[in-house]
Design a protein around this ligand. Structure first.
Ligand code: NAD
Length: 562
């Protein structure tokens, strides 16, 4: 069933055409304007008498919605309010969050989205996106045909197995694709009429969810490896059949599945894993910016990554490929990495080591160099110039470790990237205190400014939210066929350049929310240019113009009967 179509009228202006009339129009968020329907639209769409008489404009609606938002005190209630608005009137939702972006970003995205995912079954009110359950494996075509947006160009998809730092959240993982797409639209300017959030419900191994009588997903342990691979293959084939060249963004899969899916599909379609590639892009941007501020470069840096899962290994891979691009040999690049996971420092004879971890494991011959393989033990021996946390182990960068590090290395770069806030390896304030401020810091979740040395310290966020909206905008604007390492490196450079030349602070190495839209556009220009130069774009023409023309701002289009 096609509920509506966005098209151009004879004057070349965009309108929304629908065959629906009356109440159903007010229940479809892409169509609903609420009190902003004009008298003419009310008459032609069967809405007379269904709305209060006064016709409002979008600004007036935003004002009321903001007052309603402010009536809630708990962040989770604010999140629920915004979700309901999103599912009621999409244009109003985007106009509101764009106007109050700094205040609302942490509510719709990290950290509050983590709470909303955990609360999913309890707080479920209205539905959005597609729920693709393994139980429906024989009905996948029908499910994908049942979408509301017909012209899908961007899909964010999760199986809820590795959500933020909170692990397996089953069907509740749907909150993440929805939140990512909100950022794609609010920051990246991708029209919400072209997006689709998808959750793959393949069971859950989270016993709390399985025991919860309100749990809304499939009450079944996660399916086995063979069933899973078969299911993914079927899903991809349906997506290809239904949406032809849609860009697929994989989000919050467990590390093993994230890597295998990316490896399997990255050369076959335009696909991107945010936890691996997006995180790599922002981490490299932060490192490049810190090194620029230090007057140094990547050669000879000692990079220690604590938590070698999807994000940690993704960062290592992106840095590694970037070093190769800069002319390092594979061995030279590899020698600059040390990875620690649950077993301690990873060696090539470590137990339970994955293939991607093995790429960065140290030779077993180096074992005698270390008294202990713990974070502290490794810091003392290798004296890392760059320390990255992707473990979701709160407080693991202890004061003692930080103090020792600062005494061994001049201005180390410290990136506690774990989310949500309470999972951060250290708070920025604790890092400044322990190192006497002789550091470059950026965090995964937002932290408030704090006072240090008589100055307010503002810490930027090293979050993939500063990468994926611009990458997606570029991909959709030029209809990119693939995402290449060169395109990702261009994204890192664009973020770094913007931050180093920013007008807010000469301490920042990563962006702050005020920069979001401009950074997304800079990233999009750089990535789109690279796609065109490398013959990866499906559209020819000036990539900058293509990006600018695509950029969507929330405003009402006339709704007409089709
Ligand atoms: P993951 O589960 O794939 O990886 C976490 C890794 O940490 C695992 O390999 C695990 O074995 C390891 N680990 C757990 N306890 C440990 C310990 N005590 N010592 C050493 N290693 C330990 O998860 P992920 O997707 O890689 O995400 C990890 C964290 O990074 C999460 O908190 C996530 O929110 C965050 N993250 C941040 C960003 C960002 O942009 N800032 C992006 C992606 C992920």
């Amino acid at each position: 069933m096609q509920y509506f179509k966005v098209k151009k009228n004879k004057q070349g202006k965009k309108v929304i055409e629908t065959q629906l009339a009356g109440k159903p129009i007010l229940t479809i968020p892409q169509l609903n304007k609420g009190t902003a329907f004009s008298q003419e639209e009310r008459r032609s769409l069967g809405l007379l008498g269904k709305l209060p008489g006064r016709v409002e404009d979008l600004d007036g609606q935003v004002q009321r919605a903001y007052q309603q938002f402010c009536d809630y005190t708990l962040p989770i209630h604010k999140n629920i309010f915004l979700n309901v608005l999103h599912n009621t009137n999409e244009v109003l939702f985007y106009a509101l969050i764009k106007k109050h972006f700094k205040e609302m970003m942490p509510i719709v995205y990290t950290p509050v989205v983590g709470d909303s995912v955990v609360d999913f079954s309890k707080s479920f009110r209205q539905t959005r996106g597609l729920y693709v359950s393994y139980e429906d494996i024989d009905n996948l075509e029908e499910i994908f045909q049942n979408r509301t947006n017909q012209d899908v160009q961007l899909i964010v998809i999760t199986d809820g197995s590795g959500v933020l730092g909170i692990g397996d959240q089953g069907v509740g993982g749907m909150g993440i694709p929805i939140a990512k797409l909100v950022l794609y639209t609010a920051i990246g300017g991708i029209s919400p009429y072209n997006t689709l959030p998808v959750v793959l419900d393949v069971g859950t191994d989270n016993q709390t969810l399985l025991d919860d009588p309100l749990y809304l997903g499939w009450r079944h342990p996660r399916i086995n490896e063979k069933e899973y691979q078969h299911f993914i293959e079927k899903v991809i084939s349906c997506i290809k059949q239904e949406y032809d060249r849609a860009f697929i963004h994989w989000e919050d899969f467990s590390a093993k599945n994230a890597v295998s899916i990316l490896d399997r599909y990255r050369e076959k379609m335009c696909t991107f894993n945010d936890d691996i590639q997006g995180t790599g892009v922002v981490a490299l941007a932060a490192i490049l910016a810190a090194l620029k501020r230090k007057g140094s470069n990547i050669k000879g840096q000692r990079i220690l990554i604590f938590g070698a899962g999807a994000a940690g290994c993704g960062i290592a891979e992106h840095l590694f490929h970037s070093m190769i691009k800069l002319g390092f040999t594979e061995q030279e690049a590899k020698d600059q990495f040390w990875l620690i996971d649950r077993q301690g420092l990873l060696f090539d004879d470590s137990d339970n080591i994955s293939q991607v971890q093995m790429n960065f494991a140290r030779s077993k011959d180096e074992r005698p160099l270390f008294n202990e393989y713990s974070l502290h033990g490794v810091v003392k021996v290798i004296k890392p110039t760059i320390l990255i946390g992707c473990s979701a182990v709160a407080g693991s960068f202890t004061d003692e470790i930080l103090r020792d590090l600062a005494s061994l290395v001049d201005h180390p770069v410290i990136l506690p990237l774990s989310n949500p806030t309470e999972r951060a390896e250290a708070t920025p304030e604790a890092i400044y205190t322990a190192t006497l401020g002789r550091v470059f810091v950026a965090t995964g979740s937002p932290f408030p400014a704090f006072s240090f040395g008589g100055k307010a310290q503002v810490i930027g966020q090293c979050n993939n939210a500063y990468a994926f909206p611009g990458i997606g905008l570029a991909v959709v604007a030029v209809k990119a066929r693939r995402i290449t390492d060169e395109m990702l490196y261009a994204a890192s450079e664009a973020i770094c350049d913007y931050v180093v030349n920013n007008k807010y602070s000469d301490q920042l190495i990563t962006p702050i929310p005020e920069m979001s839209v401009e950074i997304a556009k800079s990233v999009a220009y750089a990535v789109a240019k690279k796609a065109v130069e490398s013959d990866n774009a499906g559209l020819s023409g000036d990539p900058i113009k293509l990006v600018d023309e695509l950029y969507w701002e929330p405003k009402y289009y006339p709704v007409v009967r089709g």
